[in-house]
Write a protein that binds this ligand. Structure first.
Ligand code: OXD
Length: 328
């Protein structure tokens, strides 16, 4: 078996986040080669959509959406397309460009499920939950004004997860050490932590809303002026999934009204966030550049290599295969 991972590296035109930086890519390829030494791995990197995929490619790894490139992937040899991210909304939007294999199914698309990603996301989420609980953002502003003014402690904070996939479960377990009141809202009703009958009720009972759901037509602008206003006054929003789950204009209105006291945003409807965007100037907004769960090249390589081996051994039941109907 001679897997031939073909690595597609977008420098630009990626609709979310930024391209995978060159240095990261170099380290990643090195790690992947190490992991697959015995399989005669031959990497090949494409930088733009004008490239076509080599005819004997076994695996493709992508981050950006290159319709033309995707169409050129050979379905006769290619066993899977790996996404560099846990979120695949951008790739699902061009899924019609992925060639069909025998049996009429498209070449499977597989997202990242490495454990380190859960760890990194938990650090980001917990940091912001604790910032909110300890009023860190209020004290930061007070310090700028040399103001000595203790704020009353907050007790019984209720945390709610919008979405409950692998990343959210990791964050949930980490958050449990600090906050006993944790609820979830998921698309399906099967989760025992899902105790609310409607999304509106869930939001009404949530002081810290952690958004970790995939972006689908159902979740686009799910959080808007109306739904964000259902959160209790003084609540906090943490968005680490995809920017368009939140309607930015609605969020700004709710923040300006003082209804939410803090928002930690790692993702945005437009990325990079333009310098002129008014979110930058808001005291109670903490902005990070879509980096909440960037994992090491080693962790990513280990995850992908393990799955490639599994597939080469004839086991197609790998973790993270995207359901094209559900769109995640
Ligand atoms: C991801 C991301 O999808 O980093 O993994 O956004």
């Amino acid at each position: 078996m001679y897997p031939y991972p073909y690595l597609s590296h977008p420098q630009s035109s990626t609709p979310i986040g930024q391209g995978v930086p060159g240095q990261y890519m170099q380290r990643f390829i090195g790690r992947l080669e190490q992991q697959l030494q015995d399989l005669h791995f031959r990497p090949s990197v494409s930088m733009c959509d004008t490239d076509t995929c080599p005819a004997d490619t076994d695996f493709v790894i992508v981050w950006g959406t290159f319709p033309r490139f995707l169409r050129s992937i050979p379905p006769q040899t290619c066993k899977a397309i790996f996404s560099f991210g846990a979120g695949v909304d951008h790739l699902v939007s061009v899924a019609h460009c992925i060639p069909k294999q025998r049996g009429n199914d498209r070449i499977p698309l597989i997202r990242l499920t490495d454990d380190q990603r859960g760890q990194k996301m938990s650090e980001y989420v917990l940091f912001n939950v604790l910032r909110y609980i300890t009023h860190a953002h209020t004290y930061r502003v007070q310090q700028e004004e040399a103001l000595w003014s203790p704020v009353s402690h907050t007790y019984g904070v209720r945390v709610g997860f919008l979405g409950y996939g692998k990343l959210a479960r990791h964050c949930h377990d980490a958050a449990k050490a600090f906050v006993p009141n944790v609820a979830v809202w998921t698309r399906t009703s099967r989760h025992p932590l899902k105790i609310h009958a409607t999304l509106d009720q869930f939001l009404g009972d949530t002081d810290v809303l952690i958004v970790l759901c995939p972006l689908t037509p159902e979740t686009r602008h799910l959080l808007n002026e109306r739904t964000l206003s259902l959160l209790p006054k003084g609540a906090c929003l943490i968005n680490a999934s995809r920017g368009p789950v939140v309607d930015t204009e609605g969020l700004k209105t709710v923040m300006q009204r003082g209804h939410l006291s803090f928002a930690a945003l790692d993702v945005f409807e437009t990325e990079p966030l333009p310098p002129s965007d008014s979110l930058w100037g808001m005291d109670n907004v903490y902005i990070t550049p879509h980096c909440s769960a960037i994992t090491s090249p080693m962790s990513v390589a280990r995850d992908m290599a393990g799955k490639m081996r599994q597939i080469c051994d004839g086991d197609t039941d790998v973790m993270g295969v995207v359901d094209m109907e559900r769109m995640y």
